[in-house]
Design a protein around this ligand. Structure first.
Ligand code: MBD
Ligand code: FE
Length: 279
């Protein structure tokens, strides 16, 4: 395979931590009341677990070692996005009328190459994987097309690896910023991604194995769809019948986000339209 050489947890974790530091928006409510309320409740929940399960000193030390290792592996973005972000997303977007969103995950990089409305994502010569034509239209709540909408798309390759987070994959491979035409339409040629496995050699993967869970996300396309005057949507799209679509380790699948690709000449084709809420 082209991209599997030594994708270690620590190297992809380091990249994810670096990318996060560059793009993170600090802020939110930093009043002492808010901080005190949130931290008190978090700690009270932890104390409750300690009492209820009679946590031993050996287990407390195991917890400390593991927390230290999450940081050492650069896996805080991965761990939090897999196990916490889905609830943050649900709360943040509960009043949206337009298309459903879901979590961003740790592997978005802003600034992917800008492409026209009829686009082929950057890929290697002979990029492995089933070709996929992903087409659709961006509209507002009344059904009016949103010309010039931006569709940022990024996804794993046929080995389940993301460019910029695994070695030996060219920068921006399978990443692009597609500008819809005057009628909000786009056509994106790419390949079908493979399911994604949480690295087994890092702290997150070790916890998952220790708990006896599986470490997989179903194959998915990541998207951010935006236009001037509208709320940006961060979402993912999945493939019906694909492995793990009913048991995503990151709890980020919603029924509205599952595609039904149809076989077409030389690959698969699918359409999906986005509806944006006014800003
Ligand atoms: C991924 O590819 C992903 O999308 C998420 C949410 C977490 C880990 C890896
Ligand atoms: Fe992903």
């Amino acid at each position: 395979q082209l991209s599997t050489q030594q994708a270690t947890a620590a190297s992809s974790g380091r990249s994810a931590t670096e990318v996060f530091r560059k793009k993170a928006k600090a802020g939110g409510d930093t009043s002492t009341d808010r901080v005190s309320a949130l931290v008190s409740e978090l700690l009270a929940a932890v104390h409750g677990i300690v009492r209820e399960h009679k946590l031993t000193y050996a287990e407390y030390d195991a917890l400390k070692s593991w927390l230290i290792q999450v940081g050492a592996d650069g896996e805080w973005p991965l761990f939090l996005d897999v196990f916490v972000e889905h609830e943050v997303e649900r709360v943040a977007n509960e009043n949206r009328q337009g298309s459903k969103g879901t979590i961003e995950g740790p592997y978005y990089v802003p600034g992917a190459p800008v492409l026209g409305s009829d686009a082929t994502l950057p890929m290697r010569d002979g990029e492995p994987g089933t070709p996929l034509l992903f087409a659709g239209q961006v509209r507002d709540g009344s059904g009016a097309p949103i010309g010039g909408a931006r569709i940022e798309i990024w996804h794993a390759d046929d080995g389940g690896f993301y460019s910029q987070f695994a070695p030996a994959i060219p920068e921006w491979n399978l990443r692009g910023t597609v500008i819809a035409d005057d009628e909000g339409r786009f056509r994106i040629r790419t390949i079908q991604p493979a399911p994604y496995q949480i690295p087994t050699d890092g702290a997150t993967g070790k916890l998952i194995a220790a708990a006896g869970w599986h470490a997989w996300r179903p194959a998915h396309l990541h998207l951010k769809v935006s236009a001037e005057g509208y709320e940006l949507i961060t979402t993912q799209l999945y493939f019906r019948g694909c492995e793990h679509v009913d048991s995503d380790i990151a709890s980020a699948v919603k029924p509205e986000l599952i595609l039904d690709p149809a076989p077409a000449a030389g690959g698969n084709e699918v359409t999906y339209d986005f509806v944006l809420d006014p800003a």
